[in-house]
Write a protein that binds this ligand. Sequence first.
Ligand code: ADP
Ligand code: MG
Length: 247
Amino acid sequence: MSVITVNNLSVMYEKECVFSDISFSVEKGDYIALAGPNGSGKSTLIKTILSLVKPIHGSIFLFDKPLGDFKDWNKIGYVPQKLNLSQYFPATVKEVVAMGLVSKQSYFSKIKKVDLERIDYLLNLMEILQLKDKNINELSGGQLQRAIIARALVSNPELLILDEPTTALDPNTRERFFITLKDLNMSDNVTIILITHDTGGAGQYAKKLMYFDSKIVFYGTFDDFCSSESMSSYFGYNSQHIICHKH
Ligand code: ADP
Ligand code: MG
């Protein structure tokens, strides 16, 4: 089964073309590091797949369903790059995390005990359990980022898309978070797309690399990246091997 299929996708903002004619697919159990320069269209690509930006051309399938017919949004956990506080305000940390469940239940229905337990589990995992009744406007950037990650995980998603999720986390928390992600991928077969600038570190945890710069420069395993002659000439031999992290 394909989790994401993208065919001949083109996106424009006003008159500016962000990318055109992009095609690729993501299989169940993939863990993809999506890297590329600032402004190269990574966030736009993800937002288009999630139906938040409308393409001018092309088609997208989620879990083998055309995007227009796709309804199972609770199968997908998303951590956006830009966290918009006013979108949640006023709410406590616990309530923000519970919002990740709204597609599973009516918004105003009481949160079930099993869901409350999962919320506590995730807040504990992200080391912010003690903040659960705090208002989110009282949180630091890093604490808010952890709450948004917990929110993305709360519905036990089959696909996790994380757009630079660790920019506000300290190195130790970041390391533990990457171990958690790897564990979700290995044990629960959760498909992961992680947008990251950490090209040198991504090869330690992700299975595949997509290097995006208004087009797909490379998409495949780190081993294939490492041995690719065209990537040697694109990046230079040294950078190629810093990225693949194998040698
Ligand atoms: P990345 O995530 O790789 O840094 P983005 O997808 O955020 O890149 O941006 C790609 C290009 O589209 C950039 O030139 C950016 O300025 C532009 N862009 C992004 N969002 C918008 C928007 N909402 N309206 C107009 N232009 C945008
Ligand atoms: Mg971005």
